[in-house]
Design a protein around this ligand. Structure first.
Ligand code: GTP
Ligand code: MG
Length: 197
């Protein structure tokens, strides 16, 4: 899919105030610092459409971006960041849960996990929760450039083996790098295929 336009629409912490348009929507979620905002910039060819930072906890609101004037990409705050205060965490959790439960425009979530890490409890639990709530999702393994060509498939395969202890099938997944552009066409074509259905 060619991206001809990508524009920021609105940030907020209240799902009721998200855009009213009935356009297909895709949301990026995962632990803080996993690379959600960077991936949105990579996919849309914009350097700083979504704000990124080396420090976890950068994205704190639900951010809507409209792509090609026909669908939304949503950047969300990360979960599981220890340095955010307990009360802030609770607020995040509340509106992230509300977002996923109430946002009827949501077509699919992308759960981002760092390809270097072993499966983390918080990610597995979050995917479990999405499954229980019938919210479709794909997994995106991020920062593929940080692993050697040999190590990458070994790590992914380990992750798949763990997933298969909990799931009958491995969910749909992508391997990406926001620095090299790896996985860009795959993710965009996947979205395009769904939008055209
Ligand atoms: P929060 O908004 O805090 O939840 O983080 P986030 O998931 O949006 O992460 P963000 O995109 O801000 O990236 C976090 C850090 O990881 C930044 O320093 C990025 O430059 C770096 N980063 C993100 N994606 C990649 C990648 O594919 N490769 C490499 N090498 N670094 C990346
Ligand atoms: Mg972010």
């Amino acid at each position: 899919m060619k991206i001809s336009s990508a524009e920021f629409v609105i940030s907020n912490s209240d799902v009721a105030k998200c855009p009213k348009e009935k356009l297909p929507e895709y949301a990026f979620i995962g632990r803080s610092n996993v690379g959600k905002s960077s991936l949105i910039n990579m996919l849309t060819n914009r350097k700083s459409l979504a704000k990124t930072s080396g420090r976890p906890g950068k994205t704190q609101l639900i951010n809507h971006f409209i792509i090609n004037k026909t669908w939304f990409l949503v950047d969300l705050p990360g979960y599981g960041y220890a340095r955010v205060s307990k009360s802030a965490k609770k607020v995040f959790q509340k509106f992230i849960t509300a977002y996923f439960s109430k946002r009827t425009q949501l077509v699919s979530a992308f759960v981002l996990v760092d390809c270097r890490h072993e499966p983390q409890k918080i990610d597995l639990e979050f995917m479990q929760w999405l499954g229980e709530n019938q919210i479709p999702f794909s997994i995106i393994f991020t920062k593929a450039d940080k692993l050697s060509k040999n190590k990458l498939p070994v790590q992914i395969n380990n992750y798949i083996q763990t997933m298969l202890q909990y799931w009958e099938e491995m969910p749909n997944y992508f391997i990406t790098s926001s620095s090299s552009g790896m996985g860009k066409d795959e993710v965009l074509n996947y979205i395009e295929d769904i939008n055209n259905q």
